[in-house]
Design a protein around this ligand. Structure first.
Ligand code: AHR
Length: 313
């Protein structure tokens, strides 16, 4: 493959290979690195692909620029991990006019005309949020706390991203069933460890009665744990705040095993192989579905042992 970290995109070289322009949204998290690696491994030259990689560093503008570069090079396919949901109509119309199929990976978008893209391969963020909410419901119930007032803070991912919005809505739908769940605050941690720590420290300064901390990804959880440690607050145990996370990275699963994180809802980054298969199907003229969702699990102390060893991220 050919990597271009700065938008200085390499030119398409070998016509025998299927050329794919891949606009990755950034490198903010452990999950993101795993997703990038999964795509690079699957769309390798050995597998018949010529991959042009661009890292947009969290900027939608950079994604537009990358897509336009891919169009001007007449790549065979464009793959986008969209940083936020809105604003894609114009650039996707340009790709459509150029006759280049667009495949969305990981995060979803909001467009008026769904014919603007060929297929979506990603995670069901709403279901992930709902799984976290349902786990909390059962956990509180099993401890006889279903009627108690429960104070919840949420450290959110990138504002406007389908990952943040979907998880917030899914969790919110379950929270809405419980008048005793009080959402004290919801603040961004931008899916990074640094920002997660900063936000957790601020929330600890604002509230002294937090029962549940929901971090919308593992990196923010790692940052939050640092801030909690510095404040002398332990999580996960009896009488301690409940810690809920998303992604299912190996390091987080180890913390689930240790009892520091109570539950980790998986977000599966290993979509490269399915992406390669969908592109090969399109090449062969086969019909593909409009959406494919990755299989995802919920990890707790009870089942985590089965999965730690095989984690590749
Ligand atoms: O879109 C997937 C999310 O983005 C993952 O939860 C997170 O770690 C990443 O940054």
């Amino acid at each position: 493959d050919v990597s271009s970290e700065d938008g200085g995109i390499e030119t398409k070289a070998n016509d025998a290979l299927i050329s794919v322009g891949f606009s990755q949204l950034g490198s903010e998290s452990t999950w993101r690195s795993a997703n990038t690696e999964s795509v690079k491994a699957a769309l390798s030259t050995g597998n018949g692909f010529f991959l042009i990689f661009d890292n947009a560093r969290q900027k939608q503008e950079k994604q537009f620029k990358a897509v336009r570069n891919f169009i001007s090079q007449r790549v065979d396919y464009i793959v986008i991990c969209p940083v936020i949901q809105e604003g894609w109509d114009v650039v996707l119309a340009e790709a459509k006019d150029a006759g280049i199929p667009v495949i969305l990976l990981d995060r979803n978008i909001s467009v008026n005309d769904e014919s603007m893209y060929t297929s979506f391969i990603g995670e069901d963020m709403y279901a992930e949020g709902a799984s976290a909410g349902k786990w909390l419901e059962e956990y509180l119930d099993s401890r006889g706390k279903s009627e108690e007032e429960i104070n919840i803070v949420v450290i959110e991912g990138t504002s406007g991203s389908s990952a943040k919005e979907g998880r917030a809505q899914g969790f919110g739908a379950i929270a809405a069933r419980h008048m005793n769940w009080k959402m004290l605050a919801s603040a961004t941690g931008e899916f990074t460890q640094t920002k997660g720590k900063e936000t957790m420290a601020r929330l600890l300064g604002e509230f002294d009665d937090i029962d549940v901390i929901v971090c919308q990804n593992d990196d923010m959880t790692f940052g939050a744990i640092e801030a909690l440690k510095e404040a002398g607050v332990k999580t996960g145990g009896v009488g301690e705040p409940v810690l809920i996370s998303f992604d299912g990275t190996r390091k987080a699963l180890e913390l689930v095993k240790e009892g520091v994180i109570n539950v980790d809802v998986e977000c599966n980054p290993n979509s490269g192989e399915l992406l390669a298969q969908i592109i090969n199907d399109l090449e062969a003229g086969r019909e593909v579905d409009k959406a494919y969702y990755m299989e995802e699990k919920v990890f707790t102390k009870e089942n985590v042992d089965e999965y730690i060893e095989d984690r590749n991220y």
